[in-house]
Design a protein around this ligand. Sequence first.
Ligand SMILES: Nc1ncnc2c1ncn2[C@@H]1O[C@H](COP(=O)(O)OP(=O)(O)OP(=O)(O)O)[C@@H](O)[C@H]1O
Ligand SMILES: [Mg+2]
Length: 248
Amino acid sequence: MENSAPILEVTSLATGYHRVKIVKNLQLSVFPAEIVCIIGPNGAGKSTVLRAVYGFLSCWEGNIRFKDEDITHLPAVKRAAKGMALVHQDGNIFPNLTIQENLEMGGYLIPEASERRARMDRLFAQLPFLHEKRKQAARSLSGGERQLLAIGMALMTEPDLLLLDEPSMGLSPQMMDRVFSWIVTIHEAGKSILMVEQNAKQALELAHRGYVLDLGTNRFEGDAKRLLDDPKVKRLYLGGGDINEDLS
Ligand SMILES: Nc1ncnc2c1ncn2[C@@H]1O[C@H](COP(=O)(O)OP(=O)(O)OP(=O)(O)O)[C@@H](O)[C@H]1O
Ligand SMILES: [Mg+2]
């Protein structure tokens, strides 16, 4: 996989909020048809990285390339048009709109109604519960179903790279399995996926490569299975341990 050019390449990224630098010297790449997972403690800057990749936060240093093009200073809407979609950690659906209306919102960049309809039908075929409940307000869905809807909204743009911020957050183990298994299905359909996850073990089990982010920068990276077995990663990030201890 790594013989081809990366679909996403982030080099020496720095960004933050109100002049406070949160992410610094971050290197990250995603190759075509790869699932890459970012793990790390709360507040490490994982969501901040995804926001910068998608263009909701400006890049203070470094650069971002997507499909062989420099997109460092491109606004989010243009990144979306180039084939990137982001599912936020929270507030990723419109609870008062129906499921169908949510999916239409997901496809707002597609000018032709017939194409929007065709994409929605393909999603309904994959997730029949969305079709059954299409006239219901999205707030009537369970947490896991909402997450599936949010991912469905992102898929309406048929992105090549899907950015997922904690898709399993707050879900029961069963619902988590359902969300993860859909992520695998999406990957099998040829999409590249960059996913942030708190459920680090499960996420690394399905990912190809992983990054451990701590204090805004990469601490560890590599083959997902190798990270799962790395004693230091295990001790610090996968099963308790003191994150302030020496990382050198
Ligand atoms: N909108 C914002 N304004 C100011 N500071 C922010 C904002 N969003 C995040 N931060 C700060 O940036 C740092 C990183 O936050 P971020 O949400 O990226 O972490 P995270 O790794 O996604 O954490 P979590 O696992 O809790 O989702 C934190 O110190 C946070 O307080
Ligand atoms: Mg986050």
